[in-house]
Design a protein around this ligand. Structure first.
Ligand SMILES: Nc1ncnc2c1ncn2[C@@H]1O[C@H](COP(=O)(O)OP(=O)(O)O)[C@@H](O)[C@H]1O
Ligand SMILES: C=C(OP(=O)(O)O)C(=O)O
Ligand SMILES: [Mn+2]
Length: 536
């Protein structure tokens, strides 16, 4: 095999079972990866120099096609109710078939790090057949110093072959697409999908498995820090605003999606961001918008007009259009990816039912209740005119990435909140003035003003009222915000309709939480919605 680029020659791909690739390109830089992507017709250039690629069929994660190898070492540690298993021999066949599939191909290798804290990081090698995927993951993870590449020893390897077709009979999977994770040998096999996000979320999955053993809390959250060092973290499922709200000109960005919380404070797992670009505007999100106009940024499934300018309103390929860029493309991003102990935790929800208030203060027990519930609501089937939102409960605000039982993450978080006296808030970035269909999306400016008030301490002397359904405290007035939006019931044209919707949502919370009843303290059970008790 021909080898190009800088790498540790005692840890080449032949050591990892690759037999006969045509050529291997190690640790190519942005310019080189641009050239390769363009020459291989994988991507095109935008008017402003971003690299624009399409994924084809898979424009988002294939959660149902993700499997964890069930071997003796991990068996008792994995929460199998939430994770699908694959037998070790099926994984071995898949591995061998993917290595064979790589024969005769050009391969692109990036040697990177997952984890900004040197005590809690994992060196990750990503081997793939697409130059644009290589640029994506180079943007997303942390780059070692160039010199350190000569001694880089991977502890985790991702083999990413979108053109590979999995065979459910032979490989123990579900379809032609597979994401198979071996947490003992730390090998991830990705086949049959070009959605670049699979790679970064695989590293997240591995760290979510590893870190709790060292007492470190891994979190699906964004993070930023104020001028006086106050750290805020923002938990939330996809689409709730982690990326959008963590990019804040008044605060230093630590990261937009995956962090750890240790005795040293918080640290980013990544070195880049992966922002949604659907309906992205320079007015509402200037920092993120600016990254879409830079050399080095990858635009995924973004449609260009005939002058090669991105049309962010065009969702014809998918609503999940994305841009991937290194952290330093955001002007006020942290250079270290690390910060101190958090003073505030924000739990984001995009409540399409329009029931949740734009902000509420949570007690530690309520925070635990909402963390384990992991609620958001999506709008289902918009294109077919179905306007009924759909509730999602995804525990720890990230069930697809959590190999262990939620109580492990929950206990770590509970102890950290108590030890550091962290203030907790629930923020609804979803609907106000009614549910999806009648109401509207919460204005970003309102959300930002409320966050500023919460993080800056302005809410600490506010007057609060207790929500009769959910039991949390809602501020009655916040400077700079129309007081009307603070009371969701008042924003609805029909108060009785609100009450009915709130009751339905409360019932969904209660039904979902049953599975945690035996795993939490009584105060967390008491943090459940109390609509039923209040009404009857
Ligand atoms: N009030 C709001 N707060 C946050 N995001 C909002 C709000 N209103 C609309 N949005 C849009 O919702 C999306 C939030 O997505 P994003 O920040 O990528 O979520 P996440 O990173 O949690 O997946 C963005 O497209 C943003 O423009
Ligand atoms: C990349 C993803 O994360 P998020 O939507 O939370 O930004 C994803 O869910 O595929
Ligand atoms: Mn995000």
């Amino acid at each position: 095999m021909t080898r190009n680029g800088l790498y540790n020659s005692t840890h080449g791909l032949e050591k990892q079972g690759f037999h006969a690739p045509r050529a291997v390109y190690y640790n190519l830089t942005e310019a080189e990866l641009y050239e390769k992507s363009l020459k291989r017709d994988e991507a095109i250039l935008s008017a402003h120099g971003a690299l624009v690629a399409r994924t084809g069929a898979h424009t988002g994660r294939s959660a149902k096609d993700k499997f964890i190898v069930r071997d003796g070492q991990v068996d008792e540690k994995i929460w199998w109710d939430n994770n699908k298993s694959i037998a070790p021999d099926a994984f071995d066949r898949l591995h061998a078939d993917m290595l064979a599939h790589a024969d005769g191909k050009d391969l692109f290798v990036q040697d990177l790090l997952g984890g900004a804290d040197a005590d809690h990081r994992i060196p990750v090698r990503v081997v793939g057949e697409n130059a644009w995927h290589s640029l994506f993951i180079r943007n997303l993870l942390i780059r070692p110093e160039r010199d350190a590449l000569r001694s880089f020893v991977p502890k985790m390897t991702i083999i990413d072959l979108p053109s590979f077709t999995a065979d459910p009979d032979r490989h123990g999977c579900r379809s032609e697409t597979v994401i198979a994770v071996d947490l003992t040998r730390m090998i991830v096999l990705i086949g049959g999908t070009s959605y670049a996000g699979e790679m970064k979320k695989s590293v997240f999955t591995a760290l979510n498995y590893l870190l709790p053993e060292s007492g470190v809390m891994p979190m699906h959250c964004s993070a930023n820090v104020g001028n006086d060092g106050d750290v805020a973290i923002f938990f939330g499922l996809s689409g709730t605003g982690k990326t959008t709200l963590s990019a804040d000109p008044a605060r230093t960005l630590i990261g937009d999606d995956e962090h750890g919380w240790s005795e040293n404070g918080i640290f980013n797992f990544e070195g880049g961001c992966y922002a949604k670009t659907i309906r992205l505007s320079a007015e509402a999100e200037p920092e993120i918008f600016a990254t879409t106009r830079r050399f080095g940024t990858v635009l995924e499934n973004v449609v260009l007009d005939d002058a090669r300018v991105p049309d962010f309103d065009d969702g014809t390929l998918t609503e999940n259009t994305r841009c991937a860029y290194p952290l330093h493309y955001i002007a006020n991003a942290s250079e270290t990816g690390r910060a101190g102990q958090p003073s505030n935790i924000i739990m984001l929800t995009a409540d399409a039912f329009g029931v949740m208030p734009p902000i509420a203060k949570l007690t530690p027990a309520q925070a635990m209740y909402h963390f384990l519930s992991g609620y958001t609501a999506k709008v289902a089937g918009t294109e077919k005119g179905v306007t009924e939102p759909e509730a999602t409960f995804s525990t720890c605000f990230g069930a697809p990435f959590m190999p262990r039982h939620p109580s492990e993450y929950g206990n770590l978080l509970r102890d950290l909140i108590a030890r550091h006296g962290v203030n907790c808030w629930l923020v609804n970035t979803g609907w106000t003035g009614g549910a999806y269909g009648t109401g509207q999306r919460m204005p970003i400016t309102a959300t930002r003003t409320l966050l500023q008030a919460a993080l800056g301490g302005a809410l600490s002397d506010s007057l609060f009222r207790t929500d009769p359904n959910f039991g949390f405290d809602i501020p009655v007035s916040v400077e700079g915000v129309d007081p009307a939006i603070l009371d969701p019931r008042g924003t609805w044209a029909d108060g009785a309709a609100y009450d009915e919707q709130a009751r339905k949502l409360a019932d969904m919370f209660i039904a979902n939480f049953e599975k945690f009843a035996h795993h939490v303290e009584i105060d967390v059970m008491d943090a459940a919605p109390r609509f039923l008790q209040a009404a009857e």
